[in-house]
Design a protein around this ligand. Sequence first.
Ligand code: FAD
Length: 495
Amino acid sequence: MGEGVIIVGSGPAGVSAAWPLLQAGVAVTMLDADPGGALPAAPEGTMAGLRGNASRWQVQFGADLAGVAGRGALSPKLGMPLARAVLAGFEAGNRIGVDGFVSLGSLAAGGLSHIWGGAAAVYDAADLAGFPFGEAVLAPSYAAVMGRIGVSQVSGFSPPVGRVWAAAGRRPATDGFELEPARNAVLRADRDGRGGCVQCNLCLFGCHRGSIYHSDQELPALLAMPGFSYRRGARVVRVGVDAGRPVVALSGGEVVRGQRVLLACGTLATTGLVMRALGLARLRLLSNPVAAMAFVVPGLVGAGLPERGFSLGQLAFRLGIGGGVRAAGMLFAADGLPLSTFAGQMPVSRPVALRLARALAPALVLANCYLPGGFSDNAVVLEADGVRLVGRTTAAARAGLREAAQRLRRALAGLGAFAIPGSLTLAAPGADAHAAGTLPMGGDGPGGTDLTGAVSGLPGVHVVDGAALPALPARHYTLTIMANADRIARLLAVA
Ligand SMILES: Cc1cc2nc3c(=O)[nH]c(=O)nc-3n(C[C@H](O)[C@H](O)[C@H](O)COP(=O)(O)OP(=O)(O)OC[C@H]3O[C@@H](n4cnc5c(N)ncnc54)[C@H](O)[C@@H]3O)c2cc1C
């Protein structure tokens, strides 16, 4: 067993970095801010059962579902008790302030993966255009990560999404619009103590069967590996170098030393630690400008709500918006959402709104649509007592999202789903939860890192989360963060 490596964070990045090191016989200490205590339990049963039981709704989601409308306007999931617990204390714990940016981060074991949508994309050559390596370099790491976490393609669709998919099969793709069944980090059959998806449609509340991957599911297997230790309640407040070796200081004052330190606290927290260590005044922060809109399949209005369903992304699309730019997004059904989510948006009395929502929900297709990070204009700025995230929506991002929405409207109208007028919502910067690119691999400016995520000026400190990605394509990025963390750890295991 070699001298130990410290990994900070047990999210998807930290766990993915741990495996290759341990498999190569390198000791790993994982430090995690997680304060202890259980997260709210995911409800059991089915969405249909929950929907029919008003008192259970109140107990599980709060009187009048007050939190369900969500944060950042886009994901109703963000208002749920689980999300509130996962996100709690992040900004204060990492000394992060905000100005026009929705900062989504976590101090929980498993991090944001407790509430992610599980959408898993393998970047192609075009997606990797801004990276200092190509598809062949990442391929073994993608394979290793997908093998561990279980990535499956959606096979059964909710009725409105199924109609769109069936119509797409009958028509050639047009206007650069490509549609395919979504790939999600979801098990279809039982494995490793996790249950296969039974289409209970409760995905947004947390998956009680563990079908949707979250990274602290892997902690028991890591703990069974020789050389692995895990420390909860170990919040890192400072990274530095002492006598040529990397060190981290914990909130209680303890200093922990290792052969190397791998930062996997999530892009925003990792960036703050490095900026404070090096005194970097300002770094560019990439995010995916994102919009959401709703479509209706007229023949399904008033149909019954299905007994079973799946409320993560069901179909993935890509479309060109001119100038070689590709937008991407997901199509969802609405039958897994509390009806109050739509009722709250309707300008009529609540009882009428709930009846309308019940009639509409079985016919709705919800879409989100992301632009590449090059359309974002955010920064992280060093301040006396931490860092501030400054977000701005550019005119180009607004125009790009409107163009993408227009093309999506045309494409889906051809497939029998019609946009609901006024439903297009542009989210605030950061609401995409895809922050990246502050400490880019191959970058030669301040904060640039090398191909192992090594931070210049902090010997032995490596960045293995989204901060190290040099570009942010429109497609979901977490699987690539994980593959990159795996790739870096393989290199470090033999260095
Ligand atoms: C609502 C939502 C939906 C999403 N859907 C998708 C999706 O469908 N597809 C996709 O690709 N991505 C999605 N994401 C993004 C995805 O969740 C993140 O990209 C991913 O979790 C990042 O992994 P990470 O390990 O870098 O960081 P995190 O998951 O944030 O984990 C950070 C870890 O670091 C620890 N930590 C933080 N600060 C400190 C500190 N100071 N000291 C010690 N430990 C610390 C935390 O306790 C945690 O263990 C979504 C995110 C949200 C919020």
